[in-house]
Design a protein around this ligand. Structure first.
Ligand SMILES: Cc1cc2nc3c(=O)[nH]c(=O)nc-3n(C[C@H](O)[C@H](O)[C@H](O)COP(=O)(O)OP(=O)(O)OC[C@H]3O[C@@H](n4cnc5c(N)ncnc54)[C@H](O)[C@@H]3O)c2cc1C
Length: 385
């Protein structure tokens, strides 16, 4: 087993770090917390990320993607500024969904604008009354002549407040339950929906993390149905494997930053005439934080290697997701403890890192759901139907 990065991976990571330091962070710093950025400003960030493959991710180069393998994609995502993680992951993810399941016409029409950051994507699965039980989706897509008419609401949608294109999971036949779901590409320009931002604890007000979408007699052309009718949930579950690795990757960003801040503070802060880093109980936390981070990263790397084999790897991807996201809550919380009261202050970065970390145990399947998947794969027994 070789843990060394290839020369190409090292070069990409280095370029990603430089891009964040030289362009992304100074650009973000222009916008004060609490003031929502315009959609053009948000698009401008995505445009800066294109050359490194952040949007093109694992999409084949012949389709306009970056053609990265899943692990290399994760390695550059690890370098992203945490404030733009969801924005980037989901925009690239919407293009990837279309690349995997879209028709040739859909790929030609919707992928180039997503990959060039002319449009911003989102994935509409969760609803106000349907969270973990994805098979119970209530949003309806009813065939009417050459169109589908969409009615329903999607909740907690990353990029939802400003997305132009939604890859939507809806029921075409409620009598078939989970087997009656299909996926659709909905474009706001031609098939408008209503969107509202929802403020959550990880937000700093500049880029609303999530939003609610409401579809009222929203008409889309029939050719916007994606994938195989009735197989929407199955297709979604395959995509969740990579998505779960990506949420784990996001958690690693928060955890690493928190460790860096805690180490710096432990060396600088003195009490009882000594740097607090000399106290054994502080050292205990530093050791735990680093071990949690390394274990999370190893589980995530293993899951990504399994994903790249194109095999079913629910156990590995769910384990990486729940372990890394729960670990990052613990790591960011310990970073606050090391900072004492200063850690709770909005003037120090660890307070914000903790709020961001706390968001990660819920999307793409909660910790509880991931554990049920892991145990199901081990026991061969299903806790949910
Ligand atoms: C930051 C963020 C971004 C998100 N982005 C998106 C997005 O882009 N697109 C999208 O469609 N959705 C998105 N979501 C929604 C997310 O996927 C759901 O919130 C998640 O699936 C859980 O659904 P819920 O919140 O309705 O909780 P519920 O399903 O109502 O669960 C409530 C609690 O009950 C537990 N629970 C539920 N069922 C079981 C069970 N069988 N056994 C044990 N415990 C159980 C859960 O673990 C949880 O603790 C996002 C959420 C967040 C926080």
């Amino acid at each position: 087993m070789d843990f060394d990065l290839t020369e190409e991976q090292k070069m990409l990571k280095d370029s990603a770090k430089k891009l964040m330091d030289r362009e992304i962070r100074p650009y973000l710093a222009q916008f004060p917390a609490g003031q929502q950025m315009s959609f053009d400003d948000i698009r401008a960030i995505l445009k800066k990320l294109i050359p490194l493959g952040y949007l093109g991710n694992t999409i084949p180069e012949e389709e306009g993607g970056a053609g990265l393998d899943p692990l290399t994609y994760h390695l550059i995502m690890e370098e992203l500024d945490p404030d733009i993680f969801g924005l980037t992951m989901i925009t690239g993810g919407a293009a990837k969904s279309i690349s995997v399941m879209g028709s040739e016409e859909q790929k030609k029409k919707y992928m180039p604008p997503l990959l060039n950051a002319e449009t911003i994507g989102c994935a509409g699965i969760t609803e106000p009354n349907i969270g973990s039980f994805t098979g119970g989706i209530q949003t309806r897509a009813v065939a009417d002549g050459d169109e589908f008419v969409i009615n329903g609401s999607k909740m907690w949608i990353t990029n939802g407040a400003f997305a132009d294109v939604c890859v939507l999971l809806a029921s075409v036949d409620p009598s078939m339950g989970a087997k009656g779901l299909g996926r659709f590409i909905v474009e706001k320009k031609t098939s408008p929906w209503e969107a509202r931002p929802i403020m959550t604890m990880g937000d700093d007000g500049r880029i609303p993390a999530v939003g609610q979408l409401t579809f009222e007699d929203c008409r889309i052309p029939k050719e916007n149905a994606m994938g195989i009718p009735g197989q929407g949930l199955k297709e979604q579950l395959v995509e969740f494997q990579m998505a779960r690795c990506m949420v784990a990757t996001g958690s690693l960003i928060f955890a690493r930053r928190a460790i860096e801040e805690a180490v710096k503070y432990a060396k600088e802060r003195t009490q009882f005439g000594r740097p607090i880093g000399q106290f054994q109980l502080i050292q205990d936390k530093i050791a735990d934080m680093q071990a949690l981070y390394d274990a999370s990263r190893l589980l995530t790397h293993r899951a990504l290697v399994e994903v790249s084999k194109g095999k079913r790897c629910a156990k590995e991807t769910s384990m990486a997701k729940f372990f890394a996201t729960e670990a990052c809550v613990k790591v960011t919380s310990m970073a606050i403890q090391i900072h004492g009261a200063y850690g709770l202050s909005t003037e120090y970065p660890v307070e914000r890192l903790f709020r961001g970390a706390r968001m990660m145990t819920i999307p793409d399947g909660t910790t509880e759901i991931q554990k049920l998947i892991v145990a199901r794969e081990i026991l061969g027994m299903q806790a949910f139907v």
